[in-house]
Design a protein around this ligand. Sequence first.
Ligand code: OFO
Length: 162
Amino acid sequence: MIKKEMLDALNEQMAKEIGSAYLYGAMSADFSVNDWNGFAKWMMSQAKEEMSHGQKIYEYILERGGRPVFTALEKPQESWDAPKAAFEASLKHEKLITSSIDGLVNLARKIDDKATEYFLQWFVTEQVEEESTVEGILAKFDKLGDKNQGLFLLDRELGARE
Ligand code: OFO
């Protein structure tokens, strides 16, 4: 059975992953109401992915004989000044999530919970990918400068995400 300290930390992380889904859902809504339908689709896919991250932790907790606990989530911001600002906020958020995952790995090591340390490796790798994807998108925004036509093309490109 998993130790309480680790269980509590995993439950907190589950809330953070679902909180990421909340944030990206709010970004998707903001894009939609501003007619950036490609960005909206991309962000909604991201929100769904975050829900699946929460689900992974949920299942792991159950597997280890613990109880997944759903806590209240903070209301996310509702609107952003421009599409790029939302992606910048997303990168900032992912960096926080990365340090949160790193903290969990450190805790698993400290209490010698090898199973959880191994379980968390998937998240460590995933965070590298998450940060790099958003950094790549931001690099494209930078290349556009203030050219509106480019922004429409980027909106279309991101809208191709499944
Ligand atoms: Fe779950 O990777 Fe983003 O937050």
